[in-house]
Design a protein around this ligand. Sequence first.
Ligand code: PLP
Length: 466
Amino acid sequence: MSTTSTQPRDCSEISADPTVDDLRRWDREVYWHAFTQMSEYVPLLIDRAEGCTLIDVEGREYLDGVSSLWCNVHGHRHPRIDAAIREQLDRVAHCTSLGASCTTTVRLAKRIVDIAPACLQHVFFSDSGATAVEVALKMAIQYWQQCPDPQPQKTKFVALDEAYHGDTLGAVSVGGIDRFHQIFRPLLFDVLRVEAPRADRLPSGITSDEACQHYLQGVERVLAEHGDTVAALILEPLVQGAAGILVHPPGYLAGVRELTRKYGVLLIADEVAVGIGRTGRMFACEHEAVTPDILCLAKGITGGYLPLAATLATGELYRAFLGEHAELKTFFHGHTYGGNPLAAAAAIATLDVFVEEQTLQAMTPKVARMEQRLARLAQHPHVTRVRQRGLMAGVELTQDRSADQPYPWQQQRGMRVCRHALSRGVWLRPLGDVIVVMPPLAIELPQLDQIMDAIEDAINVECGQE
Ligand SMILES: *Cc1c(COP(=O)(O)O)cnc(C)c1O
């Protein structure tokens, strides 16, 4: 507090060459980590990386089983991306996007529009998935105020149960994971909710053939009643990542697109997790030939190198923001580092590598291998569900398989399984009792086997084999 700040600082600890023990202690005492109970935090100090392998300060190697949390695509220290950043560094490291531009960022904008679903013709840059979502929400609201047939009463959002869209307040408002979000409720705006369209745990009396229709009826009920006041529906297309790799029934996304059109509601696709190749296509929306009105990208867009996010919008949406200065149609929103040229250079190189290494094509055998290994895990007495789409999967643990009984959450089984996998040289991070696997797209088959072996072994040890 202010009394201590007037005292001379103790700088005795500041040394040019801290020991590993110093670093480990500072990591626990000084560095407050995201989504981490610091009183239980066991430091994992990464010093460098090569390809899909992280290397800690003691030289121990860990396969990066979660792509450094959804981000890494082509492996760490990819020569092509490294070189692109170095080259950009020799020109300019930062340049504002407020009324100015940088050649590299312009090139990236064009590159993204060229590969994005048709009609998404404009790119607004920011620096994280959460900001990409905030931008989308505010664009949607402002659009209805100043589109050719203004409907200023359209100010509400529809979002899915169990949704995750980031941790800033707008993103948390549309988020639906109570464990993370409930405590901030007093700060949040109200959202209309629809059921999370799970393909694996269906409401009673609903067969898997009826699932899609059932969930779409739920969406239609909300839109039919409230459509007049709804600005947009936001969803994570195909897979709700943070909910535990919750896979939607096929046809749901296309059905939602149809319903949002029918009721005059914008569709925001949050592809922060599923975009950039994770599902086997560059954009998840491509699987159902859907063009949303707004699409959010972040995480993998720079190959997991630097913070960059993009909010894509259609021409129709963009044109509603054009006018004389005095009309005040400008989008009054911005993030200082949005469209940073170093990050843009990394993103262009990341997209180049997709072409040069045929990354999407090369995924097919990896996705198939993951499917085989998951089918085996699905038989395990302490696994109740496995879910997969492309190169991302969730393995849900259970105390009692026949009763579909979860472990008491306090036991942190998921965390224990992941700690064990770490001792086997595989870095994973659970979502509750769901073990999440989403390696870099560049993972090789033997490495993928090593990850799946470690998970199987860890479940045997931490949960037992019967
Ligand atoms: C991670 C994530 C976000 C938030 O991204 P940040 O870069 O962490 O702000 C938003 N939406 C989805 C679907 C995500 O998975």
